[in-house]
Design a protein around this ligand. Structure first.
Ligand SMILES: *Cc1c(COP(=O)(O)O)cnc(C)c1O
Length: 444
């Protein structure tokens, strides 16, 4: 089968995108970055069409959001029908059924063989903030433990919980107090499970038994570089949280809802959070997030203490119900694991071929390739950047990530056409080969 993607009819970005980008620059502060200054007109399951008529292969999914595609039929139908009924009431003013159905689905599917409650909000950062509020209310403690390389959002508390300083924190302090960072078991960087857990135990002991309300962790890190912690790390966090009465909050905002080939990445480690957070893929682009946890913890916050004007907006709830229908298709998760197989088959050989390809890792449709010098693992953000630029010019939308910006991450829609996936990987591996062999010659 021949693939007619990408389709390039102008250079990228094309003239119309460049014109709009100039207008944007005159209207929007430059604090908003942009990966690829291309303006989108419409989307399919595998590609974005820009205003110049180019079709770009989508390996970003709007940062792991449009897992079911950016123009999914079920989402469009459910949201359009809701649009015809009403757009908003505020769930704290008068209620509507879809909010309850979304909560029920999450209570049934989030890991944990115990009674649960779900609170809906609008953004991932809000879910993290509310998990901390609830854990504080339940424990009567203030402290929040987070790990190295973590990303939890851009609001004051979540920015404080995020590890990477630039661009997320530079000049935006002072930060929220009571946030304490502990090591992540990062195999590539030589931090083992035991060393990381010993340090966590020390921090907990140093701060006293009543210091920490919550320990918040991503089962596979997102912005921090798609770091897959060494097996046993999450289980160790679970054990230590139990020993000290700390609420374990699993941030599945990027890794959850099928992204890693399981419904939740934490399931793949056999670890159950007291609270599990979802957002991103939950609404397929309509803003919605969720805090799901043990009833006794979730009910600790007093009536009226939780909420938000748009929390669990009815359009977004309908989108979530459509996403659940897609996730319930028994063929979906095996398909995501096939995406991983296809990506590994294409990228892993490069690790043997080129010293600077330091790691190929991830799970399911959440995969990454890290660039670093072989001798000392010095991060090579310059290579990740050059490869991304080459991919963009060739019609493949990729994202970078990582504390040092030296990681290219692949987040294709879970429903991406396999032939398009293969074509995108051809572009990516071609760009890596061209750039890495230049880098090798430069080093020799
Ligand atoms: C994106 C993300 C967040 C923040 O979500 P927003 O909707 O951008 O506020 C929090 N945690 C993780 C793991 C994320 O990937």
């Amino acid at each position: 089968m021949t693939v007619d993607l990408p389709r390039l009819v102008t250079e990228i970005p094309g003239p119309r995108s460049r014109e709009l980008h100039a207008q944007r620059s005159a209207a929007v502060p430059h604090g908003f970055g942009v990966t690829l200054p291309v303006f989108v007109e419409r989307a399919t399951d595998s590609a974005l069409e820009d205003v110049d008529g180019n079709l770009l292969i989508d390996f970003a999914s709007g940062i792991a959001v449009t897992s079911v595609g950016a123009s999914n039929r079920r989402v469009r139908e459910r949201v359009s029908a809701q649009l015809d009924r009403f757009t908003h009431t505020c769930f704290m003013v008068t209620e509507y059924e879809s909010f309850v159905r979304v909560a029920e689905w999450l209570n049934a599917h989030v890991p944990g063989d115990f009674d649960k409650r779900t609170a809906l909000f609008s953004t991932g950062a809000e879910a993290v903030e509310n998990a901390v509020k609830i854990a504080r209310s339940y424990t009567g403690r203030a402290g929040v433990l987070v790990v190295d390389e973590a990303y939890h959002g851009r609001s004051l508390l979540t920015m404080s919980m995020t590890a990477k300083v630039h661009p997320y924190k530079t000049s935006f302090g002072p930060f929220a107090p009571e946030v304490v960072r502990v090591p992540n078991a990062n195999p590539l960087r030589g931090v083992g499970v035991d060393a990381a857990l010993v340090e966590l135990e020390r921090v907990v002991a140093d701060n006293g038994p009543d210091a920490f309300a919550a320990l918040v962790v991503e089962p596979i890190q997102g912005e921090g570089g798609f770091v897959v912690p060494e097996p046993g790390f999450l289980a160790g966090l679970r054990r230590i949280a139990d020993e000290h009465g700390i609420v374990l909050v699993i941030d599945e905002i990027q890794s959850g809802l099928g992204r890693t080939g399981a419904m939740f990445a934490s399931e793949q480690e056999g670890v159950v959070g007291d609270i599990t957070l979802t957002a991103k893929a939950l609404g397929a682009g309509l803003p919605i997030s969720a805090v799901t946890g043990r009833t006794e913890i979730m009910d600790a916050a007093h009536p009226g203490g939780l909420g938000g004007t748009y929390a669990g907006n009815p359009l977004a709830c309908e989108a979530a119900l459509a996403v659940f229908e897609v996730l319930e298709d028994p063929a979906l998760l095996p398909r995501v694991r096939q995406v991983e197989t296809i990506i590994r088959r294409s990228l892993e050989p490069l690790q043997l071929e080129f010293d600077v390809v330091a790691d190929v890792r991830g799970r399911g449709a959440m995969m990454a390739v890290e660039f670093a010098d072989a001798a000392d693992l010095a991060p090579r953000a310059d290579l990740a950047q050059r490869i991304s630029v080459a991919c963009h010019a060739a019609g493949l939308l990729t994202l970078t990530c990582g504390t040092y910006g030296n990681v290219i991450r692949l987040l294709p829609p879970l429903v991406i056409d396999f032939a398009v996936l293969e074509r995108g990987l051809e572009i990516l591996t071609g760009a890596i080969r061209a750039t890495a062999s230049d880098a090798g010659e430069a080093a020799a």
